[in-house]
Write a protein that binds this ligand. Sequence first.
Ligand code: PMP
Length: 301
Amino acid sequence: MVDPDFRDRDGWIWLDGELVPWRDAQLHVLSHGLHYASSVFEGERAYNGRIFKLTEHSRRLIESSEALEFDMPYSVEELDKATQETIQANNLENCYVRPIAWKGSEQMGVINTRARTRVAIAAWAWDYIASEIWEKGLRLCAARFRKASPESFPVTVKAGGLYLVNTLNKNHALREGYDDALVLGSRGKIAESTSANIFLVIDGALHTPIPDCFLNGITRQTVISLANDLGIEVVERDIDVAELARASEVFLTGTAVEMTPVAVIDYEGNSYQFTVGGPVEMRLIGAFRELTGMAARAGSV
Ligand code: PMP
């Protein structure tokens, strides 16, 4: 299968305050964001025309941009409105949404304080996750690289540069025949996968790492609050890889993967196996699908 070229599509992209034809949403090669990774972005998802946790995402985009010292020209309300306009202009109901802010071409050097902050929002159709993933579960291997330490960068924001590591880890996992990688934090504790947060079920309680060196996902926060509502104990703490042996269920959370079960984690000669569609995950997935309005379309896990 040939991958689609994202330049060559019909539709509209919101660029610096207005909707422009998809193919005209261009930027110059001498853009600071391209050379020095000065970009921040979001990944959002609309269910039946409603963007899930839109305001939380718009707020996070602004927080990420502030952490990178951008002058974000739009408020949360303006970003919310622009995002809604973008999906409406493209007649999308179930879709992925990609807002991005980056530093422009007004400066070409390490310093970027005079480069303009540019903002774009694109959206494209994206249907529900294939049910076989829910049935089989994901297989993870050990990542090549750890997360950067919190002393090295504002590592908890959604900055483009941080995805260099995620991409190398994901490429490695797929080359090795896995679906994804288990990434450790700089202190050697479990952190997340290459693009989603991780939860373990141990003795009926949810255990998840403290988000001190990775993104505190909006889906992660949603799952924690659903667990609290359902009376499922949630423990945020440092987790060692060896503790995977005690987990009955493991799942990933994120806008793209929603809540996806993990079947196997192969790590340094150990193969940890987990129940796919276990009781704790099933309860949480049911509640999550109620929230997104997708309960009616849910297949078996
Ligand atoms: N960690 C990383 C590295 C991610 O890319 C994502 C996806 N945005 C997440 C966690 C999950 O975040 P969210 O639930 O906000 O999508």
